[in-house]
Design a protein around this ligand. Structure first.
Ligand SMILES: Nc1ncnc2c1ncn2[C@@H]1O[C@H](COP(=O)(O)OP(=O)(O)OP(=O)(O)O)[C@@H](O)[C@H]1O
Length: 252
């Protein structure tokens, strides 16, 4: 049994097949990248996994559990986190506050307990802060801890978005174009974070990415999509040399 599995997944918008009978599996500890031209269906697959959309047909399994019908909040609880192509952070809050939001899935206290600030609330708060500090250290974000998001450069925000996803202690992370908007040096750093996430934190990675340098550097396997269908699957080199993939990128 695979760690994560999409089986015959389809998503139709009227007559448009954004995702068309896509099947793939991700093994525990693997870094798998999804590539493909604009409109190929990459983000739609992420939106199906995080339950922003319901599949027209097909099933999704995680750790041997059928999660196709799970509500979005439960997906996070099961240990699947994601980042977005367009960064989604609270602009007028500090980095630390944004990261504490990432701890939400581990909240065990009720609102009434929080209002009364009972001892278990304090203990919980301490645990959350400790975990957040670990992520801050892991991603070298100490200089930004108390800064407002609105004053930070794009490259740093991108790392903070990754940090927020890591604060939820995910088992599987979905990275939606982690290099978009980053310069060469920042993309280089991103490739190290992604590899370290796997080797040091044991996180399995499913990534949508356009930058082939990053894809080649971190991926164990690659899936190429076009018009919602799988064109090729295999090692980064195999997929990039596949004639259908070459044709799709050349617009043939
Ligand atoms: N909510 C929607 N309603 C209608 N069509 C949609 C919707 N979302 C996506 N599509 C269409 O589905 C297809 C796949 O889109 P998707 O965003 O998944 O592609 P993508 O591979 O992520 O593209 P990009 O690299 O540009 O982000 C496209 O033709 C897109 O226009």
């Amino acid at each position: 049994m695979s760690y994560f599995r999409a089986e015959n997944l389809s998503l139709h918008f009227g007559g448009l097949k954004a995702v068309d009978a896509v099947s793939f599996a991700v093994e525990k500890g693997e870094i798998l990248s999804i590539i493909g031209p604009n409109g190929a269906g990459k983000s739609s697959i992420f939106n199906l996994i995080s339950r922003i959309y319901r599949p027209t047909s097909g099933r999704i399994f995680f750790e041997d559990q059928d999660i196709t019908e799970q509500p979005p909040y439960d997906i996070a609880k099961l240990g699947i986190a994601r980042t977005f192509q367009n960064i989604e952070l609270f602009e007028n809050a500090t980095v630390l506050s944004n990261l504490l939001v990432g701890r939400h899935r581990h909240s065990t206290t009720q609102l009434w307990q929080e209002l009364l600030f009972l001892p278990n609330v304090r203990a919980n708060e301490k645990l959350h802060r400790r975990r957040v500090e670990q992520v801050i250290e892991f991603l070298d974000l100490e200089p930004y801890r108390d800064k407002l998001i609105s004053g930070l450069p794009y490259g740093v925000r991108k790392v903070i978005e990754l940090a927020r996803a890591l604060c939820s202690e995910p088992k599987l992370i979905l990275l939606d174009e982690p290099s978009s908007g980053l310069n060469v040096e920042e993309t280089d750093d991103m490739s190290f974070w992604i590899r370290d996430m796997r080797s040091e934190l044991g996180i399995t990675v499913l990534m949508v990415e356009h930058d082939m340098t990053l894809v080649n550097r971190v991926s164990d396997r690659v899936i190429a999509l076009n018009y919602g269908r799988v064109l090729a699957m295999g090692s980064p080199a195999e997929v990039q040399q596949h004639p259908d993939v070459v044709a799709a990128y050349l617009g043939a």
